[in-house]
Design a protein around this ligand. Structure first.
Ligand code: NDP
Ligand code: HSE
Length: 441
């Protein structure tokens, strides 16, 4: 049978990996897919560079629409990124009846509803394994492997760049900017690295996992997103002294009131496997009612790990492309007419525990004032750590840090308590609040 014909839009970090893996493992991939998978065309802006990569047998063009218009092309792989031209091209490819593979989480988390419904109407597949956690087959696990389960919660380290930064800062004491540059050099970071460090990229990924886990539409606009740029070295240190590591987590959880959907730095007990995921590695913990807690770990970014996921999607589409569209696995795991409108909760309704750091005047009665405010708000304290003033501000210092770990509280209640604490004249700097996740099975 003739090899399935693939057109690549973009041959940067992920595109190059896809080309190399398909070439290198051609024979095994064909034995699995049932027919060959051939990259027949590539569209880029810099044609000369792409030609030097793919050689003379692959047609290189600088007009992506020429790939979509080519009747020989069965699958269009979008590896450009972003929500601009990539969105137009994906919608045009679907309209032209092409199956689409994309690694573009930003596009799907923001415009997924429009894209998936266009694909359903046309009877084509849109596959996106590489969009979440790079090489880890977490989309397949959630959509198919765990399909028997009522998923309860998912928590993951799903941005390699920020995990790399946090690891290098903690282990080697390196500066934020230095490590970010290294992550960019290694090809982990997004074209706009603020998406990584401000938690947006992780927000896109957890939005996709949430939709698949709970059968709700993709709703990135309802996600709470906080990155790592405001994290202080002191908090990383104090967390360690209390037996925790700080990780940027993407969390989505089913609660009686609705779905939690959030990304923020979190204290994770040092004994948890998730706390020990270092460098650009990703890990996702999924809790389902039948299976219990499961953990998926691997490279979350980079050329060939991401290509591993793109090629897996190409094999899936190759196997299924003659199947009746109604018998294929739905894009978001649930049948499109069976999505629910469970609300995504505002952050004020989220219930979690907290790490608070207060820079206070080293005076009698300050701790009593602070604990009094928390008690009157109904917030129960789990642990308190007070540093020597000299240790915090140098010899003769009149200021000190008080670190408080709380039990679970509603975020809205905590916001009010923090406002009252902040108004105390003995609280001398903005209070640091980091959420704490025990992640017990
Ligand atoms: P790169 O920036 O490395 O590559 C982008 C490619 O798109 C380049 O080849 C570029 O060509 C091409 N391109 C840009 N604009 C156009 C256009 N108008 N027409 C045709 N080609 C164009 O990106 P990545 O490979 O890193 O990322 C691609 C996608 O994969 C993104 O959505 C990203 O979020 C996602 N992703 C990335 C991962 C990673 O580890 N890097 C991991 C998982 C997902 P030229 O060089 O000629 O400008
Ligand atoms: N910028 C992303 C990361 C790439 O660092 O995880 C993988 O999606």
């Amino acid at each position: 049978m003739k090899a399935i014909q693939v057109g690549l839009l973009g041959i940067g970090t992920v595109g190059l990996g896809t080309f190399s893996v398909l070439q290198r493992n051609q024979e095994e991939i064909q034995r699995r897919a049932g027919r060959g998978i051939e990259i027949a065309m590539v569209a880029v802006r810099d044609v000369a560079r792409a030609r030097s990569i793919v050689g003379p047998d692959v047609k290189v063009v600088n007009d992506a629409r020429a790939v979509i218009a080519n009747p020989e092309i069965d699958i269009v792989v979008e590896l450009i990124g972003g929500c601009g031209v990539a969105k137009q091209l994906v919608l045009e490819a679907i309209a032209a009846g092409k199956h689409v593979v994309t690694a573009n989480k930003a596009l799907l988390a923001v415009h997924g509803t429009e894209i998936f419904s266009a694909a359903c109407a046309k009877g084509v597949m849109v596959a996106f394994e590489a969009a979440v956690a790079g090489g880890i087959p977490i989309i397949k696990a959630l959509r198919e492997g765990l399909t028997a389960n009522r998923i309860q919660w998912i928590a993951g380290i799903i941005n390699g760049t920020t995990n790399f930064i946090l690891s290098e800062m903690r282990e080697k004491g390196l500066d934020f900017e230095v490590v970010l540059k290294e992550a960019q050099r290694l090809g982990y970071a997004e074209a706009d690295p603020t998406f990584d460090i401000e938690g947006v990229d992780a927000g896109h990924k957890v939005t996709l996992m949430s939709a698949i886990a709970f059968g709700i539409p993709v709703q990135f606009d309802k996600a709470y997103v906080e990155g790592i740029t405001k994290l202080g070295a002191a908090d990383i240190r104090y967390a360690e002294q209390l037996g925790y590591r700080i990780k940027l987590l993407g969390i989505t959880k089913r609660t009686p009131k609705g779905i939690e959907l959030r990304v923020h730095p979190s204290l994770v007990p040092a004994k948890r496997l998730l706390a020990n995921v270092e460098g650009a590695m990703n890990a996702v913990v999924v809790n389902g009612d039948a299976v219990g807690t499961t953990l998926y770990y691997g490279k979350g970014a980079g050329s060939e790990p991401s290509a591993s996921a793109v090629v897996a999607d190409l094999v899936d589409i190759t196997r299924l492309h003659t199947a009746d569209p109604l018998h294929r696995v739905p894009h978001l795991a649930f049948q499109p007419d069976a999505l629910t409108n469970l609300p995504v909760l505002p952050m004020s309704e989220v219930v979690t525990s907290y790490y608070l750091r207060l820079r206070v005047a080293d005076q009698t009665g300050v701790l009593a004032q602070v604990t009094g405010i928390l008690a009157s708000a109904g917030i129960s304290i789990d642990a308190v750590l007070q540093r020597e003033a000299d240790e915090v501000g140098g010899e003769g210092s009149t200021q000190t840090d008080v670190i408080i770990l709380t039990h679970d509280a509603r975020e809205g209640t905590m916001n009010e308590a923090i406002a009252r604490l902040q108004a105390l004249p003995t609280v001398l700097a903005p209070i640091v609040r980091i959420r704490k996740e025990e992640l017990a099975g």
